[in-house]
Design a protein around this ligand. Structure first.
Ligand code: FO1
Length: 311
């Protein structure tokens, strides 16, 4: 069964790990958000791609979710000595990824080609595709003006209230041949429990992405979305506060409304069972289950149940 997952961030990576556990090697393709990408010390860092890549390679830091387990920080410490900014922490092993990626891009390769090459070197069985090869940069509007995503997320520790978001460059973006082929071959599509605004939002904003999904639906492909909000709170990250400051209902039903007309099945945590009828009123079937991914087995169970609900 070929599955295409839309993912960004740590929650998305964890479900992708579950999907990779339950699918045959090569049957999972992950389309990742690139709006969080950032240039640091002259190197291109792709946080959502790398978080999924390290997670699927089994080397992600288990606590942080991002970066590589057992990291050392010698380069960061020396950069600090030179007076360079070090609020965005890059581990020594992680920096090798950015050096190789930046060099290959400079040599003329596409971001998708570079990404697939890095994944192959790490032995990742699934394919992780950037949502586009064209640079897209998420900006968030705070009360003090526009902020680059990582300045908001890391430097300011998500303290500012987000009044609006913008995906700079997305209008000039286009789907890659690899993404188009993945949707054309998909038997099922899963929207991971990632931030619907700044992780899934940019992916769906790429021109042609929704058309690819609709074309798959016309072929009978069904789409599941898993709520990243449980009992009104985000499991990890700023999704709950961001939904509130953007005027959305901070609940699984509020997230379901964002996916109405796109998802056929919506996965709610057992704590939100009382919201199932409101979600079904949006025209989606619901799956109510324990959606908290505490360990590898929980990731696989959630993935298996989600795919089963797609029938
Ligand atoms: N998140 C932090 O909170 N602090 C960091 O210093 C940090 C560094 C970092 C380096 C590489 C990378 O791939 C991710 C990193 N992240 C860090 C996480 C990152 O900001 C978020 O994972 C995404 O951008 C949002 O999901």
């Amino acid at each position: 069964m070929k599955v295409v997952a839309l993912a960004g961030g740590v929650g998305g990576a964890r479900l992708c790990d579950g999907l990779q556990q339950v699918l045959a090697p090569g049957d999972l393709t992950v389309v990742v958000n690139t709006g969080d990408d950032t240039e640091r010390h002259g190197l291109l860092v792709c946080p959502d791609h790398d978080t999924v890549m390290y997670t699927l390679a089994g080397i992600a830091d288990p606590v942080q979710g991002w970066g590589i387990a057992g990291e050392s920080w010698a380069v960061m410490d020396r950069l600090a000595l030179y007076g360079e900014e070090t609020w965005f922490r890059l581990g020594d092993r992680d920096i090798a990824t950015h050096i190789a990626r930046t060099a290959r891009l400079r040599a003329g390769s596409r971001l998708t080609e570079v990404s697939l090459g890095l994944q192959a070197s790490l032995g990742v069985a699934s394919r992780i595709l950037p949502m586009t090869d064209v640079p897209v940069r998420t900006q968030v509007l705070s009360d003090d003006g526009w902020l680059a995503f990582q300045d908001y997320f890391v430097r300011l520790r998500q303290a500012p209230e987000v009044r609006a978001v913008s995906f700079d460059g997305v209008d000039a973006a286009s789907s890659t041949p690899e993404v188009l082929a993945a949707f054309a071959e998909a038997d099922a599509i899963v929207i991971c429990p990632s931030n619907p605004v700044v992780s899934v939002g940019p992916i769906l904003a790429v021109p042609g992405m929704r058309d690819s999904i609709e074309a798959a639906r016309t072929r009978g492909v069904r789409i599941a979305a898993i709520s990243p909000i449980v009992a009104g709170r985000a499991i990890k990250g700023p999704a709950d506060r961001m939904l509130a400051s953007l005027g959305h209902d901070v609940s699984a039903a509020g997230v379901a409304r964002l996916y109405a007309g796109l998802a056929d099945v919506f996965v709610l945590d057992a704590e939100d069972a009382d919201l199932a009828s409101a979600v079904e009123a949006l025209g989606m079937r619901t799956l109510v289950t324990d959606s908290i991914m505490t360990d590898g087995a929980a990731r696989a169970r959630l993935a298996r149940e989600t795919l089963a609900a797609l029938g």
